[in-house]
Design a protein around this ligand. Structure first.
Ligand SMILES: NC(=O)c1ccc[n+]([C@@H]2O[C@H](COP(=O)([O-])OP(=O)(O)OC[C@H]3O[C@@H](n4cnc5c(N)ncnc54)[C@H](OP(=O)(O)O)[C@@H]3O)[C@@H](O)[C@H]2O)c1
Length: 344
């Protein structure tokens, strides 16, 4: 008890002082390591086999183009196979050797087993597994009226990564391969209206950190930690569709560069790490900032009014990021979870 009280007082300032001195040298060492790996130890992806889930849009699609430039063989997985067809043509033009497309739902273990086995049976090896499938949302937890959305969000954002990893692991161990995971800054910097997404991403990050220890280097793990690309997922997507997807392309390149270099993390932007310090040492600063910027009653009211207006104006095709039917829409058209998912 006494020991802990003393440590509570001494450990944080002592650590800060040590870090202040050690941080520049540690940065220098890791920069040298990255430079060395970039020039002398980057994995050549030519003829390697890369399975990408969530390859039908945005970051997954751009990651496919990055591997294509490196002349890899690709297996593109998503539910919308018509989108995968056009992406396949483009990857081939860019330089991919062979490209398989497989329509599958990553939430179902048997479908994951099917696409991983098909990849292995066709190519004879699997070298990288890139997990990109995800489902974002944007609603206040208290507004949810249909709770079937809860497991659905966890299924895609957590189990949709775990199942492909589980099935691919024996093949990745054989090839000394790599798993690339798309986590998010929300895994440790939770934002309002993204409670379930943040929870799933936190679980995902912890799962892969543990797996990293368990695998002990047999299979590499690269965790990509996204900031708010285009400020949020939906805007990132619109930017890409409008042809201004600079940030997504840039981040996809960073992910693939990092994975080929053997990096444990790829962060974009990396300065967000300072929020970790605030979270650990002065959590109130974050709380006040979020209250001020994001979560005031006025913001909530505006959000709901905008939501109602947009629901009335448009024939509703709910986007991935849109809310499930909130209670406040009692007088507005209601959607079932099934309709919401099918609209995707
Ligand atoms: N964009 C950002 O600002 C941002 C920020 C933080 C983290 N991230 C993370 O980065 C990753 C990619 O984000 P994004 O913006 O590219 O997402 P996105 O555009 O919403 O793409 C999600 C992909 O997942 C696929 N998918 C969804 N459910 C699936 C299922 N059950 N089975 C198979 N595929 C499924 C979708 O394809 P189908 O619908 O065709 O199946 C789509 O290709 C995600 O892990 C996301 O959490 C993104």
């Amino acid at each position: 008890m006494l020991l802990n009280s003393v440590m509570n007082l001494l450990a944080p300032p002592a650590t800060m002082v040590v870090m202040a001195f050690a941080w520049p040298s540690l940065c220098f060492i890791s920069t040298c390591e990255r430079l060395y790996n970039s020039f002398f130890a980057t994995e050549d992806m030519e003829d390697k086999v890369v399975v990408i889930t969530g390859a039908s849009s945005a970051i997954g699609e751009q990651i496919a183009y990055e591997y294509a430039k490196r002349k890899a063989n690709l297996v593109l997985v998503a539910r919308r196979d018509q989108r995968l067809h056009s992406i396949r043509s483009k990857t081939k033009q860019i330089g991919a050797k062979q490209v398989m497309i497989i329509a599958a739902d990553v939430v179902k273990e048997d479908e994951c087993r099917r696409f991983i086995n098909e990849a292995f049976n066709y190519y004879g090896h699997v070298d990288h597994l890139v997990n990109t499938a995800s489902l974002g949302h944007e609603f206040y937890f208290e507004d949810v009226s249909d709770t079937t959305v809860f497991p659905r969000l966890l299924d895609i954002n957590f189990w949709g990564n775990v199942y492909p990893t589980y099935v691919a692991l024996p093949y990745l161990q054989k090839s000394n391969g790599r798993i690339i995971v798309n986590a998010s800054v929300e895994s440790w910097l939770p934002l309002p209206r993204m409670s379930l997404y943040s929870a799933a991403k936190a679980a995902l990050a912890n799962f892969y950190e543990t797996l990293r220890f368990e695998l002990n280097g047999d299979v590499g793990i690269t965790i990509a930690i996204h900031g708010w690309i285009g400020s949020e997922m939906s805007r990132g997507k619109f930017k890409l569709e409008e042809g201004n997807g600079g940030e997504i392309e840039e981040f996809a390149k960073m992910i693939v560069d990092g994975a080929c270099r053997g990096d444990s993390y790829v962060k974009f932007p990396s300065w967000y790490d300072v929020f970790l310090l605030y979270r650990a040492f002065t959590p109130n600063v974050l709380k006040w900032t979020f209250r001020l910027l994001l979560s005031t009653e006025a913001t909530r009211r505006n959000y709901r009014i905008e939501k109602e207006a947009s629901t009335i104006e448009s024939t509703p095709r709910l986007m991935l990021e849109e809310s499930p039917p909130p209670k406040i829409q009692a007088s507005l058209p209601k959607f079932s979870l099934q309709e919401w998912i099918e609209s995707e």
